[in-house]
Design a protein around this ligand. Sequence first.
Ligand code: CP
Length: 301
Amino acid sequence: MKNLISMRDVNTQDILKLIDLAEKIETKKCKPDMSGKLAALLFFEPSTRTHFSFETAVKKLGGNSFSMSGTGSTSVKKGETLSDTLMTISMYADIIVMRHVIEGSARFASEIVNIPVINAGDGTNQHPSQAMLDLYSIKKTQNTLSNLTVGMVGDLRLGRTVHSLAQALSDFNPTFYFASPKHLQMPKYIKDDLDERNIKYEEIEDIKEVMSELDIMYVTRIQKERFAVLEDYEKVKDSYIITKKLLEGVKSNFKVLHPLPRVNEITKEVDDTEFAYYFQQARNGVFMRQAIITEILKLKY
Ligand code: CP
């Protein structure tokens, strides 16, 4: 792995290796050494988990980082291009972690700089380090990645996390239920990928009818910031609200995952149930991001 741009570039062997490494890091069976290396954390779009878990991961590895949160204090404000910004940063750092609003921006970055690039979310396209921490969370809760029934709920069209996760899980013979409002269904190119790989999936409107079959329910936020017309958002914003009552009768191994942030799509009462796993999922991000950096920078451990 030279970069991490899309889950389409990551094969099953890479996935299993990263999960194994994250597990070793979490259980302190190994301690990769990033000392003397510098990560540039470039967040052109807002972030809490991805930004701070990468920063935590770098610190825990013994490396250093510098950060950008928005362009307000940078020369982007003076009209500097993305290309020139990236070229300049690549003169200082050993690795770039970048979140940007434009789909394809991380791929573009990886093609113009001579240091590795990790895509921390490019618009509505991909969020591969999130997919990797999601896989790690699924493995930890289910003891396997294979043959699971996974419901994905919410904004499946504009939500990059579900695009990456659907592709990542398709190496492991899943059955998917995609529950979304009509205008926020999983994009055709993702469904085409699944068809090509003979993955079973069904698009549904009501998640209630399949709750008892699910091993994992992956809930996503309806993203207000991605709607051009506020009225369109208002029409769909409350389409799915996961309550404690909805979880009655689920399988004993069932878990609710969410990449977070949430707005109102999972009620607070769910947090106290044995099924809620989203905050542990965020914690798992630190171990997985340590593993990703270790693998890409080929750190000793
Ligand atoms: N899951 C995730 O990407 O969260 P942030 O937007 O807070 O980074």
